[in-house]
Ligand binder design. Structure first.
Ligand code: PMP
Length: 437
């Protein structure tokens, strides 16, 4: 509408070019409530971009708003000093871990964003091991600061900047669709973990024993690609056997997104370092942490500082989010609504251009590719996104060349909203194909 477009025009003039959502989704947001946003022209959308998966309980959950207002009157910024809000937040986070992990981990507040926490995790592992190299995975995404970007698999996501961090080695993730040597589940005998295993053991492979292996349990920006159970377990066994800390980046998957508090839980593995950020506060108030095994606790006082680590509003909202997640059985809802999404999207599997539909909990992606060549089809993904917007649904893109249509609904989303959104999405994909055929 005209009022949205006027604000967009002003933003285009004043801000750098390095932004993407408002170009793909040309709206200016006036307000949000639950799973909905309203634009400046009064149009209402179901928001399944959801602040990039940040708003666990949707926009402006009344109890979270109250918790923040109450906190606002007492204290907003507390540096590293202990405060009641920080204590309650820390307690709430630790309470979501298994008793074993809880007794083993320490927590470090890293600064506001996910990338800050990834960098802290790598630095800690380097300090603790005295080693310098890092193993990361193809298709992974870890952020836009120098080291986090260097660990990010897709060159396009690295913004074509020359890699600023030597000693990063990329290995294939357990995603047969991206197999570097073209194997399929039927022809693969070793799986990607076998390749990593061989490389770390082989003195001729060119890799020194790394300071860390960094992985996502479900690659988010990489196109919603879950690690297979066997892959994840073998990576864990291998890293443990070789004394390499395993860093699991739960920035996107954490805080209930996949149906358990952390995505690693159903794999039956435990990382040495957990990285969390996005949904920690539940409201988009920035905060990032690492939780790491005490044997890595090698930092001296002042070894890793930062100004913005005492965000009391985030602490207050984050503790309240955990309370509500427990009280309202939100993780069960994620499981049930996730099954509903799988069910509602499954008719699309008969469309030749739909290569795969993948997801865990409330994190789903529809990968679009040319049925003859298998080439990623970003132009169709983009057309689906635009069509969804015109019918009242905001969705995200990701994956190979942005060819995966992604959704990240709020964790307390209702069955009705999922039904409506899936209807819009299914119709958008079908329409796009009927014009392509
Ligand atoms: N790791 C993962 C898995 C992510 O999805 C993201 C953000 N999309 C980041 C790290 C970086 O977080 P931030 O944008 O807050 O720096």
């Amino acid at each position: 509408g005209p009022r949205s477009l006027e604000l967009l025009r002003r933003q285009e003039q004043r801000e750098s070019n390095a932004r993407v959502y408002p170009r793909q989704l040309p709206i200016a947001i006036a307000a949000g409530q639950g799973p909905f946003v309203r634009d400046l022209d009064g149009n209402v959308f179901i928001d399944f971009l959801n602040g990039a998966g940040v708003l666990s309980l949707g926009h402006n959950h009344p109890e979270l708003v109250d918790a923040m207002i109450e906190q606002l009157r007492d204290l907003t910024h507390g540096l590293d000093f202990p405060t009641p809000a920080k204590d309650a937040f820390t307690e709430a986070q630790l309470s979501m871990l298994s008793p074993g992990l809880r007794s083993r981990v320490k927590l470090h507040f890293c600064g506001p964003t996910g990338a800050n926490a990834v960098e802290a995790a790598i630095k800690l592992c380097k300090t603790a091991t005295g080693r310098g190299e890092v193993v990361s995975f193809e298709g992974g995404f870890h952020g836009c600061s120098t080291a986090a970007m260097a660990l990010t698999g897709a060159v396009s996501q690295r913004n074509r900047v020359a890699n600023g961090l030597p000693g990063v080695h990329f290995f294939p993730f357990s995603y047969c669709g991206r197999c570097p040597v073209g194997l399929t589940p039927h022809t693969c005998t070793t799986n990607c973990a076998g390749y990593l295993e061989r490389s770390l053991h082989d003195p001729n492979a060119g890799i020194c024993r790394p300071a860390a292996v960094v992985m996502e349990m479900v690659q988010g920006e990489g196109g919603v690609v879950p690690a297979t159970r066997e892959f994840a377990r073998r990576v864990r066994e291998l890293t443990r056997a070789l004394g390499i800390p395993l860093v699991v980046d739960e920035v996107q998957t954490g805080c209930g997104r996949t149906g358990t508090w952390f995505a690693f839980e159903p794999y039956g593995i435990e990382p040495d370092v957990i990285v969390a950020s996005k949904a920690l506060s539940g409201v988009g108030s920035p905060i990032a942490i690492i939780m790491y095994d005490r044997h890595l606790d090698t930092w001296a006082p002042g070894a890793h500082t930062g100004t913005f680590r005492g965000n009391q509003l985030a602490f207050a909202a984050g503790a309240a989010t955990v309370r509500i997640v427990r009280r309202d059985g939100i993780l069960d809802n994620v499981g049930r609504r996730g099954e509903q999404v799988a069910d509602r999207l499954s008719p699309l599997l008969t469309c030749p251009h739909v290569r795969e539909i993948r997801g865990r909990g409330l994190m789903w992606g529809i990968e679009l590719a040319d049925p003859d060549t298998g080439t990623p089809a970003p132009e169709w993904a983009s057309a689906v996104q635009t069509r969804c917007l015109h019918h009242g649904l905001i969705v995200e893109l990701g994956g190979r060349a942005d060819s995966v249509v992604r959704i990240l609904p709020p964790l307390n989303v209702s069955a009705e909203v999922i039904d409506t959104a899936c209807d819009i999405l299914v119709a958008a994909v079908r329409t796009c194909f009927s014009s392509a055929e």
